[in-house]
Each structure stands twice: as structure tokens, then as C-alpha cells.
Design a protein around this ligand. Structure first.
Ligand code: URP
Ligand code: ZN
Ligand code: ZN
Length: 470
């Protein structure tokens, strides 16, 4: 038997095991994992990668990106071409991006728009969640059609009144429908009504700097909404997934719910693990780089999240990659929109390119086990969002999405060398212990030693089945 590819002698790390092995790939799928490349009767392959000293993991899965997203008078710097370039160079081989329903628009129209944005552009495989902003009774059945189209998760907002926010009745209606159609609700849990009042009060007092973004979005506004979202899901009898959880107090709500047997899940993001409120106090307008919702929290909060991540109080690390340039580029406005009013700074920050190495660095520092790293960055997101076992594992039959990390080589993060289109990096100058040596997507060699050697537009749409857990 001649394979298309053999990766020889890597240290294979999965969510459950660590062992030395060869990985054989045939027709874009993992064909075998074991010891078969040495001695008499050694397997043959069209291409061999010597991987001794390298760590092989299933490709990263980032279930929270916003590519080509119009928001707050701006559009993200990254579209599917540049966003997915960041993903693949950073060891992420699949993303789940958010299609957005406009008010008055059908979910199908929104889905068509997002297919148009991604198709032929994405380097990495991609799927969609659907952001629902307009869900009167007569639209609810459109959710079923989305599930049939492979869009089996929906994001609702408890924040951003007048833009995205849904009231409790609408949230309950959407949750209840997922009991029928097997979808899952992903919730942006912040109390938007209270935050809106706090923002108005701050502005009236002349408080306009970026730090007031954080000071008007307290932890308790996130914890309260998280508790309410979980309660609504319990009343509807369905699971719920809390997106971009930032506050330790909100995590406690998820933990308590899980301890009493509720199917509550949550993701956090590297920014909440590595950055803090103090970043808003950088000089001038620099704090705007970190304006995102929920905001960065005071130092010390990240320790609670690390602990929760190790203990499965948090299940996933995604990025919420939502990149706005600091300065307008051509006709494209950026964060400067909020120079005189923090509430006008487009919310969001980049992260898709740095997630995997930041987490690997945490493995080197003993914060997470290597297996837990694979779990939160690849296997758990695949399981929760219907991509497993096609993705999120290195077992035979899975897509050959393989990342080889060189644990001996350091990598310094910088906007000068990153591959996304945004003009800053929140982790500028940070050196992490490890670098991405090779990336394969469905067996195609995409990245080698920091060079792109893959195929443009290689990414395929991933149709996801309805949830198989309750
Ligand atoms: O600030 C953020 N998170 N921007 C992206 C939109 C969202 O809420 O995920
Ligand atoms: Zn959100
Ligand atoms: Zn987001």
C-alpha cells in the first residue's frame, strides 16, 4: 500500500493520549496511526515528513470568528481570505463564523450572503452559526430550515439594545424551537439594558476614554445574564452554550448549573486569559485596541478562568476574532470612530492567528496539560458543534487536518509578521514557547516553516448535523 503522505515519528497528542507514532494519510483522510515507517515491510508514501521532535495534534477548531462583518459603522479588517490566512498560519484548520440576519431579512437570505463571502476565499474549512436578530412567531420555522442546511447553531444577544438584543420571550421562543429541531443556542450574555444606562451616565459625565467601555460593563452584568440564559434554557429543557465568557462570576454560574446536571457549556477566549483591564489604561487611545464585549477584567480574574479551564467548568477556547484597524484604511473606518466617545469604538479584537500558540505556551508553563489543550482547542468544539469525528481527532477515518508544532522553536507575536489584515496585535512583542512547523488540511500541505504552500480557496463548507446530546 502506498499512502499519499506519512508523517514519521511525531509525538502524537490527542485529547486523551500522548504517544510516539507515524501518521499515514490517504485521499485526504487519516489512514493509520502507529509504527509502520521503519524496517522490513515499511509502508511507502508519495511524500514523507520527518517529524521526530515535533508534536502532532488535530487541527485547531475556532468556533467563534467574525470575518467580513459589518458592525458599529465599520467592517472588520479581515475577510475570509485574510482571516483564514491567519487561521492556517496559526494552526487552526476549521472555523465556525457567524452569519448575521439583518432586521426584516430571512435567515436564508443571511445564509446566502455569508456563503457568498466565504466561498472560494477561505483557506480553511468553515461552517456557520446564524445570528438571529428578528424572530417573530412566523419566522421561527426558518430555524428548522437552517438546521437542514447544516447551520445547527444560533447566536442570540442579551446585549446591544436596538442592534442585536433579543428580549427574554424571544430567547425562550428560540430555545424552545431547538428542542424540536436539534439546534443549539449560543448566547452573548450581558445585561444590555443596564449597560446602556451606565454608558449614557458615563458619557453625560464627560467620561469618554476607552477604559469607560470596561467600567460600564460590570462583571455582575455578565453573571446575571449568564444565570438568566441558563434558567431560560432549563425552562425550555435544552442545552445552552455561553460564548466569550470573560468573568469568573459568570463562570461560577456555568459551574453551578453543570453541577446540578444542566447541559450548560461555555467558551472563553485567549484575551480573557492573557490580558486585563489594565490594558485599557495604556496611554492615549491605545486602550481602544482592547475594546470588546464583554470587556477585559481586572487582573486576578484570569487565574479563575485558567482554573476553570483545567477543571472543565469551561469547555472551549475560541477567539471571537473580530478585527477592526486602529486607523481607517481607505474608505474603511476603524476604531478611530470612537476617539471622542468610547461607545462608538467598534467592539472586537483579533485573535484567530495566536490562539493555538498562546495555549501551547500555557502547556509549557504547566497551566494546562497537553491533552487538555487539544480538548479545548479542537476536540470539544468539534463534539459540541457536530464536527466530530470528522474533525477534532487524529483517528483513522477523520479528515487529515494535522498541525505539527515545533516545541523547541520560539515565536514572537507581532503585527509586522502576522498574516491577518489588521494593523495591530493585542499580544505585540510576546514570545511564546513553540512555533507552527507544518499545517495540513484534508491532507493538503498548507503551511511549512512559516511559508504558505497550499491552495488558495482550499476551504470547504462544513454542513453540521443537529446536536446529538440533550
Ligand atoms: O466585542 C465583540 N465581541 N465583538 C464581536 C461581536 C460579538 O459580540 O461577538
Ligand atoms: Zn457576542
Ligand atoms: Zn463574537
Amino acid at each position: 500500500m502506498t499512502y499519499d503522505l506519512i508523517i514519521k515519528g511525531a509525538t502524537v497528542v490527542t485529547a486523551s493520549d500522548t504517544f510516539d507514532a507515524d501518521i499515514a494519510v490517504s485521499k485526504g483522510k487519516i489512514a493509520a496511526v502507529g509504527k509502520f515507517s521503519e524496517g522490513n515491510g515499511a509502508a511507502k508514501a508519495s511524500k514523507t515528513i520527518e517529524a521526530k521532535g515535533l508534536v502532532a495534534i488535530p487541527g485547531g477548531i475556532d468556533v467563534h470568528t467574525h470575518f467580513d462583518m459589518p458592525f458599529m459603522g465599520a467592517t472588520t479588517a479581515d475577510d475570509f481570505a485574510t482571516g483564514s490566512a491567519g487561521a492556517v498560519f496559526g494552526g487552526t484548520t476549521s472555523v465556525v463564523d457567524f452569519a448575521i440576519q439583518k432586521k426584516g431579512e430571512s435567515l436564508r437570505q443571511a445564509l446566502d450572503t455569508w456563503h457568498g463571502k466565504a466561498q472560494g476565499k477561505s483557506l480553511v474549512d468553515y461552517a456557520f452559526h446564524m445570528i438571529v436578530v428578528d424572530l417573530p412567531d412566523n419566522r421561527v420555522k426558518e430555524m428548522d430550515a437552517m438546521v437542514d442546511e447544516g447551520v445547527s447553531s444560533f447566536k442570540l444577544f442579551m446585549a446591544y439594545p436596538g442592534i442585536f438584543m433579543s428580549d427574554d420571550a424571544t430567547i425562550f421562543r428560540a430555545l424552545s424551537r431547538t428542542k424540536e429541531n436539534g439546534g443549539m443556542i449560543c448566547m452573548h450574555a450581558e445585561n444590555g439594558g443596564v449597560i446602556d444606562l451606565l454608558v449614557k451616565k458615563a458619557l453625560a459625565e464627560g467620561k469618554i476614554e476607552p477604559k469607560y467601555h470596561a467600567l460600564t460593563r460590570p462583571m455582575s452584568a455578565e453573571a446575571e445574564a449568564t444565570r438568566r440564559a441558563i434558567a431560560l434554557a432549563e425552562m425550555a429543557g435544552v442545552p445552552i452554550y455561553i460564548v466569550h465568557l470573560s468573568a469568573g462570576d459568570a463562570m461560577e454560574e456555568v459551574r453551578r448549573a453543570r453541577e446540578r446536571g444542566v447541559s450548560a457549556f461555555a467558551e472563553t477566549c485567549p484575551q480573557y486569559l492573557y490580558l486585563s483591564y489594565e490594558d485599557y489604561e495604556r496611554p492615549g487611545f491605545e486602550g481602544a485596541k482592547f475594546v470588546m464585549s464583554p470587556p477585559l477584567r481586572p487582573r486576578g480574574n484570569e487565574e479563575r478562568l485558567w482554573r476553570g479551564l483545567a477543571r472543565d467548568w469551561l469547555q472551549v477556547v475560541s477567539t471571537d476574532h473580530c478585527s477592526f484597524c486602529m486607523k481607517a484604511t481607505g474608505a474603511k473606518p476603524g476604531k478611530e470612530l470612537g476617539k471622542a466617545d468610547f461607545s462608538k469604538i467598534p467592539n472586537g479584537a483579533p485573535g484567530v492567528e495566536t490562539r493555538m500558540l498562546l495555549l501551547w505556551d500555557a502547556v509549557q508553563k504547566g497551566r494546562l496539560s497537553a491533552n487538555r489543550f487539544v480538548e479545548v482547542a479542537s476536540t470539544a468544539p468539534a463534539r459540541l458543534f457536530g464536527l466530530y469525528p470528522r474533525k477534532g481527532t487524529l483517528s483513522p477515518g477523520a479528515d487529515a487536518d494535522i498541525v505539527l508544532i515545533d516545541p523547541k522553536k520560539k515565536h514572537t507575536i507581532s503585527a509586522k509578521t502576522h498574516h491577518t489584515a489588521v494593523d495591530y496585535n493585542p499580544y505585540e512583542g510576546k514570545t511564546v514557547a513553540g512555533s507552527i512547523a507544518h499545517v495540513f488540511i484534508r491532507g493538503t500541505h498548507m503551511v511549512q516553516g512559516g511559508k504558505f504552500i497550499g491552495r488558495k480557496g482550499h476551504g470547504q463548507f462544513l454542513k453540521r448535523p443537529p446536536r446529538n446530546f440533550s
